[in-house]
Design a protein around this ligand. Structure first.
Ligand code: BMA
Length: 376
């Protein structure tokens, strides 16, 4: 009897140890490819050196040009590419040849291989159309959309087709050797605001978490995609950690945590600086507590009317926080004034060059030296 008890006890301990060890990879996806695992380790390493600069649609178009190949407003101003490139997958759910901002998905695919070959970082957002109403991502006319796409909902099968189309595209992102190129996938962003159909007042906490987990499980499980790091990114309206983490889907579903925040024309530099720094405090603390990376996943000042915005506003807001990257939004070529990075002749051009020269801002040249995809 005594012996049986001891054996049971030992077995219990062994089981406990094993289940503790069953999560071996640092990535949320336990079947992540070695390139993806290396990428996460490389991103952690880079965060010890500085903050990577990112730009949305950097290679697709800029002020006065549209994807001729190799062009970049950031490069035109600094001589170097950004470290991080944001791109958007909106409309891939319909197998459209171009995304919601008219960027051909075929071009994006070329950019992805180009970025991968020079050791840059790719992050995808997804402004997915509303599957219930057929409207855009911004159609918040119904609060039943998330429920309708979840298992049992009337749009569930259609939603799975959206994910199938997304997965097919993500799976096609391979290099010449057939290696799946690792990317940061940032779905369901700005969910603490109520302007997208997956937003705060449009669905419940349970529905949002179910949506996230379903997306993750379907892509990594059903679709066998293992080149994704998942980014959880809220709006900038964060008051405390509890609110920030209210709809956090769990450590097993997330690799990176962040938020999006823009300077409004009437808000002033100090309110941007203070809010970004305050929220980064909350987000980096949450990141540390959960063993995740942190980032300012979207930011900017539309039209950058302030000639010293980079060194007197953005940099002071982020410099004291250990974050992986700060990404500014796109330089629309066909929407006058809708740009967030400087171009030659723009008023903040020289200041951006100063920002670029800081030891702790990382662009492509520093990233190449850090070779973030190399196994440690
Ligand atoms: C928004 C604007 C839109 C664009 C969308 C997705 O912030 O830039 O013009 O369609 O992002 O990129």
């Amino acid at each position: 009897m005594h012996k049986t008890l001891i054996i049971t006890f030992v077995m219990l301990i062994l089981t406990a140890c094993n289940s503790g060890e069953s999560r071996k990879k640092d990535t949320a996806d336990q079947s992540a490819t070695k390139e993806t695992v290396n990428m996460l380790a490389g991103l952690r390493r880079a965060a010890g050196h500085g903050i990577m600069f990112g730009h949305q649609d950097d290679l697709s178009y800029g002020i006065g040009w549209v994807h001729p190949g190799g062009e970049s407003d950031v490069k035109r101003v600094t001589g170097d590419y950004p470290a991080v490139y944001g791109m958007d997958l909106g409309d891939i759910e319909h197998r459209s040849p171009v995304n919601l901002d008219s960027v051909p998905f075929a071009d994006m695919k070329k950019f992805v291989s180009e970025i991968w070959s020079r050791g840059g970082v790719i992050t995808f957002s997804w402004h997915l159309d509303n599957p219930l109403t057929g409207g855009t991502a911004w159609d918040v006319s119904s609060d039943r959309v998330v429920a309708s796409v979840l298992p049992g909902g009337e749009k569930h099968e259609e939603f799975k087709i959206c994910l199938d189309n997304l997965a097919e595209y993500l799976a096609s992102l391979t290099d010449e050797q057939g290696v799946a190129i690792p990317v940061i996938f940032r779905p369901w962003h700005e969910h603490t605001g109520s302007w997208f159909w997956w937003g705060q007042n449009i669905c419940t906490t349970e529905e949002f978490i179910a949506l996230w987990r379903f997306t993750f499980d379907y892509l990594c499980g059903e679709k066998n995609l293992h080149n994704l790091l998942f980014a959880y990114s809220s709006g900038g309206d964060i008051v405390n950690a509890e609110q920030y983490l209210e709809r956090y889907p769990g450590d097993e579903y997330v690799d990176l945590v962040g938020f999006d925040y823009y300077q409004m024309p009437d808000a002033g530099n100090s309110s941007f600086r203070e809010n970004v720094s305050r929220v980064l405090g909350i987000v980096t603390e949450a990141a540390d507590a959960h063993g995740k990376l942190a980032a300012l996943t979207e930011a900017g000042y539309e039209g950058i009317p302030d000639s010293t915005w980079w060194t007197t506003t953005l940099w002071p807001a982020i410099e004291n926080h250990r974050i992986s990257y700060a990404l500014v939004w796109r330089n629309a070529h066909n929407r006058p004034g809708h740009y967030y990075a400087p171009y030659p002749g723009q008023v903040s051009e020289q200041d951006f060059v100063s920002f670029f020269s800081f030891d702790e801002t990382l662009f492509q040249i520093e990233l190449t030296a850090l070779s973030i995809y190399k196994q440690e």
